[in-house]
Design a binder for this molecule. Sequence first.
Ligand SMILES: O=P(O)(O)OC[C@H]1O[C@H](OP(=O)(O)OP(=O)(O)O)[C@H](O)[C@@H]1O
Ligand SMILES: Nc1ncnc2[nH]cnc12
Length: 173
Amino acid sequence: MQEIERHVREVPDFPSPGISFKDITPLIEDGPAFHAAVDRAAAATAGIDYDRVLSAEARGFVFGTALAYRARKGLILARKPGKLPRETISASYDLEYGSNTLHVHADSIREGTRVLVVDDLLATGGTARAMCQLVENAGGVVAGVAFLVELTFLNGRERLAPYPVTSLLTYDA
Ligand SMILES: O=P(O)(O)OC[C@H]1O[C@H](OP(=O)(O)OP(=O)(O)O)[C@H](O)[C@@H]1O
Ligand SMILES: Nc1ncnc2[nH]cnc12
């Protein structure tokens, strides 16, 4: 796990004062470390029964795509406003440094579709919770929620309480 963790760089006061930003770009730029991280996340979610992966623009796509490809599952894109061309459903949320809205195409999640929600990082849980709401509003089932990084001091896991949550790396500050 250290091989993965040493590639996450902590950047103080980004994007605003007081935020310790966990930058995953060095991790995904390093081939063996990126490969190891995806393999670990795949192993952590291997026991979950799901039909499709749902992940959020933009960093979430990196791990959502890799996990879906590896598991031979379909990938649903949750996008920020104005990006999806057809009818959408949406959910708004707050995160550690702002607020936003995510959309998915209205026909991407059907009644009973089992969805694995994937994101790079769990902070307050606002983003992941919005994705879970999208799944449930469409009649789907949240099979699990998977992250690479979890900021435990923000208690995001509590906001996702009903769902099985996995993360590979935790930070307590
Ligand atoms: O648990 P939360 O408090 O919701 O924060 C976590 C979210 O914040 C980041 O996304 P961001 O909105 O910064 O977008 P990006 O992926 O486009 O950089 C990160 O990729 C997660 O999606
Ligand atoms: N501290 C943080 N570092 C990186 N991404 C984040 N998204 C929300 N909070 C974050």
